[in-house]
Design a protein around this ligand. Structure first.
Ligand code: PLP
Length: 396
């Protein structure tokens, strides 16, 4: 048996996520591997071990145990395969490209919310606005979906354009990161997105298309048609499994290892729902890593309410149906606003509407003992238009 760098092996294309999740769940529950991966002399992973190889890859280990003639029984921990290696220790943060810049920001901080905590319950915020491009959780998927599609989509080699529907953050993230690869973006904004987003996209050199549809998901067919006509890459964050995978490999694992550092396991994690990428990956990770111990809560806008970046489950989400979420909490726009104001005034953290929605959900739920983690997706500064109106009618 030999331990090889996972990136040095060649493999058949990644199977659909649904087929990998069973293997990933076993790895997360046991944190062990009991059999080597079979490869040939040219370092190709055997077809029969392809799912196991890809499961290890999306869990984020750096090495794999391999044998050339058949499989060998082994007993190794995922830690021995470098489960903790996907966070580079670049403490002086000298970055030569966009990949190095974004990964140098990870793990994003887990910040103790003193004013929300009590003697028996601690509340921590995962501060995703400390990502470098869109100042949001969407940098993670912009980065990973782009490198994944460039590696795996045959059109990736020839195209110069990336098309995507976005409610702002993914558009900014993709536009910035695309520069790394000499690509330009065309971002489709539905009518529900604030006007100032057009300006940011133009400053960044992206083309902007305003479409009459109200929700980002309602524009997917249009973006698909246009991208096929123009031979552009369509990233499609709503169905692209790289969205879920980056949150499994990084966001969820970060929360786990950060809490491990202070000797804790979360009792509850609360996440806002848009594509459902981060909530689903976090649910899948923690439900398997600590079965029966972690409650995962998804937050959606109440009926007929608009909260930037968020959607209701019934408008169509892919991954949420593959995982176990304990509760869905409805929040109004005003409640989300009050939540963000509370975090800003009590904690000095400039978080956005979906973070405020997560706080509003926390306040609607019965209190539980132990650690609660609130995933705070972005910052407040993009939302001048909404804030101006809400502040004049709701503040004291
Ligand atoms: N919050 C903000 C500000 C967002 O932009 C988004 C997604 O667009 C979300 C929350 C939801 O995240 P996800 O798409 O992972 O469900």
């Amino acid at each position: 048996m030999e331990l090889m760098e996972i990136e040095d092996l060649k493999s058949p294309p990644r199977p659909p996520l649904e087929r990998l999740l069973r293997e990933v769940a076993i790895f997360l529950r046991t944190m062990k591997i009991h059999e080597t991966i079979q490869i040939d002399r040219d370092f190709n992973v055997s077809l029969k071990d392809s799912e196991k190889y890809h499961a290890l890859k999306i869990i984020g280990v750096s090495k794999v145990p391999v044998t050339v003639d058949g499989n060998e029984k082994i007993d190794l921990t995922l830690d021995e395969l470098g489960f903790r290696d996907n966070f580079p220790r670049n403490i002086f943060r000298v970055c030569r490209d966009h990949s190095e810049l974004i990964t140098s920001c990870w793990p994003t901080p887990l910040f103790f919310l003193r004013s929300f905590s009590g003697e028996l319950n601690e509340v921590w915020a995962k501060l995703e606005y400390l990502n470098p491009f869109s100042n949001s959780i969407k940098d993670r998927i912009g980065w990973y979906m782009l490198i994944d599609i460039l590696k795996n989509d045959p059109r990736g080699k020839d195209t110069k354009y990336v098309y995507e529907a976005s409610s702002t953050n993914t558009g900014i993230a993709l536009t910035c990161i695309a520069k790394n690869f000499g690509l330009r973006t065309k971002i489709y904004f539905p009518s529900s997105v604030q006007k100032s987003s057009d300006l940011y996209m133009k400053i960044l050199g992206s083309e902007v298309v305003r479409v009459p549809e109200f929700l980002t998901t309602e524009t997917i067919d249009r973006v698909k048609r246009d991208s096929e006509k123009d031979q552009a890459l369509h990233i499609n964050q709503f169905e692209n499994d790289a969205n879920f995978i980056t949150h499994l490999k990084f966001t969820a694992k970060e929360i786990d290892l950060q809490l491990e550092k202070i000797g804790k396991i979360p009792s509850r994690i609360i996440c806002a729902l848009g594509t459902s990428g981060h909530a689903s990956a976090i649910a899948f990770y923690f439900k398997n890593r600590y079965p029966g111990r972690v409650e995962v809560v998804g937050v959606q806008p109440a009926k007929d309410e608009v909260i930037p970046g968020m959607r209701r489950v019934e408008t169509g989400m892919k991954w949420i149906h593959m995982v176990e979420i304990d509760r869905i909490v409805d929040v109004t726009r005003v409640e989300a606003f009050k939540g963000l104001v509370k975090v800003a005034r009590n904690e000095g953290l400039p978080v956005g509407f979906s973070s405020g929605a997560v706080v509003a959900a926390l306040e609607k739920l019965p209190k539980i003992e132990g650690v609660t983690v609130l995933v705070m997706p972005d910052h407040v500064y993009k939302y001048y238009e909404q804030l101006e109106k809400l502040l004049s009618t709701n503040s004291n």
